[in-house]
Design a protein around this ligand. Structure first.
Ligand code: FE2
Length: 315
């Protein structure tokens, strides 16, 4: 397999062991933040949203489940994003993994499926090379990234919440992608929930959001994929998304929600300062650069999805 298409062996894990070491989270609200992609303005906004909840008397725990690095290809931005993210609970994404432990031949480590254009894959590999060069000048951060887990199992609201990056078999798996739900992945969901026995899986990596609830392995389960917190997810909408979990519903606009075994699981928009972010992005990745070709349009205009598309199974 070619660079950027393959799945390195170190990305593999066993679904049966994902929830073997659960940790309790003592907070009223949990934000699961996947795919920040180095967007400092989105990080500012997420911290502001958390402070707003706290000012209303709710404690908030932030959990970053990987790919908090990607566009932050300057020394100052690399350092600031990592130092701020690493103050919280964190697990790795493939991008962060490749910065901490460069894999020969993995490219960006995205394990892109066939439906992703080869040009995107090649440009992602070039972006990873540039980011690895930046990371190599920050060995203290690389070493902190190396120590991070690839997944976490959290006990929150009396439920077992599995937080991972790709899917229950691989850090860069696409089995919980929007496209997998659209095609139908009931038997994989049955297998994976049966093996890990989580009540909820929260994930990211695949860049489009999903909210699914239903029966799997004999009881009610749910999946929330936040798409990207640092890029737009919906049509004509540059806002990122985070997954919010709490016993009470949020008191701000959401783009979709599930009520699952007493827990409210919502996708919250991250309406960051787009102009400020595009100014930073354009300085790092000018027109014609790999990131500008692959991502600038999405940063300014979002995707082709509507909020109703995000909910599975289709109603
Ligand atoms: Fe990823």
């Amino acid at each position: 397999m070619s660079e950027g298409r393959s799945c390195p062996l170190a990305y593999r894990y066993n679904p049966e062991t994902l929830c073997s070491e659960p940790e309790s989270v003592h907070a009223d609200v949990l934000y699961v933040i996947g795919g920040l992609y180095g967007n400092l303005c989105a990080l500012d906004e997420i911290e502001r949203m958390a402070q707003e909840e706290e000012s209303q008397g709710r404690s908030v725990a932030l959990v970053f489940n990987g790919d908090f690095n990607w566009f932050n290809a300057s020394d100052s931005l690399f350092r600031e994003v990592n130092e701020r993210v690493l103050k919280h609970r964190v697990s790795l994404g493939n991008v962060d993994y490749e910065l901490a432990n460069p894999n020969d031949g993995a490219g960006c480590g995205c394990a892109y499926p066939d439906f992703v254009d080869q040009g995107v894959v090649e440009r992602s590999n070039l972006m990873m090379e540039r980011l690895q060069e930046v990371a190599s000048r920050h060995p203290d951060i690389q070493s902190r990234l190396t120590d991070l887990p690839r997944y976490r199992c959290l006990i929150f609201g009396g439920l077992k919440i599995l937080v991972l990056h790709g899917d229950p078999e691989s850090l860069a798996g696409w089995g919980l992608a929007y496209e997998a739900f659209a095609e139908g992945n009931a038997s994989e969901l049955d297998d994976w929930f049966g093996q890990c026995d989580a009540d909820v899986i929260t994930c990211t990596h695949t860049c489009l959001p999903v909210l699914w609830s239903g029966q799997a392995a004999g009881r009610p389960r749910a999946v929330a994929n936040n798409g990207a917190s640092g890029m737009g997810n919906l049509q004509s909408d540059p806002a990122g998304l985070v997954t919010r979990l709490a016993l009470e519903a949020p008191d701000r606009p959401i783009i979709g929600a599930i009520e699952h075994l007493g827990l409210h699981i919502s996708l919250l928009p991250v309406a960051f300062d787009l102009q400020a972010w595009l100014t930073m992005f354009d300085q790092l990745w000018p027109a014609g650069s790999p990131a500008a070709i692959s991502y600038r349009n999405r940063l300014s205009s979002g995707t082709s999805l509507n909020s109703a598309d995000v909910r599975f199974p289709r109603q």
